[in-house]
Design a binder for this molecule. Sequence first.
Ligand code: HEM
Length: 154
Amino acid sequence: MALTEKQEVLVKESWEILQQNVPEYSIRFYQRIMEVAPEAKNLFSFLRDSDEIPQNNPNLQAHATKVFKLTCESVIQLRERGAVTIEDSTMKHLGSLHLKIGVTDRHFDVVRDALLRTIEGTVGEKWSKEMEGAWGTGYDQLAAAIQAAMKDGA
Ligand code: HEM
């Protein structure tokens, strides 16, 4: 799906809002992942040993932020170049890491849903189908690149 200039603007605007609410959105993101896929808890070093999602945990916030930021950057690249281009060494690293951890295709769907619902909950009435389509497309391309790198590493 091609992205419009307006969709790029919508993603950048929502990313600004998210960045002002990192502790809140990162908790919301993992809450959603845990609701839909409780078994994924043990994959995350920062969730494994606690019964609750820890507040103010720097590792938790860092992972959430990386997923959102890379997705946002993918949207911008898709608009500018028509493809997601991530440095080879970074892709290899992400591929082998997620493969080693045991992340499955279903987990990628769960994280997609959690990402979109988190943005919806954080931006409130600014949320729209157009915004959803843009974040969703960026995520799909990025996830496909990581999944391809995982298969290469298998
Ligand atoms: C770690 C990105 C999807 C689980 C990481 C790291 C990055 C990243 C950048 C840190 C790498 C490092 O520390 O060197 C992404 C992106 C995703 C994605 C961009 C989707 C497009 C997923 C999915 C799962 C997952 C679907 C499984 C539910 C993990 C885990 C770690 C990790 C468990 C290690 C975190 C820790 O325990 O500290 N990911 N990831 N990721 N990712 Fe992902």
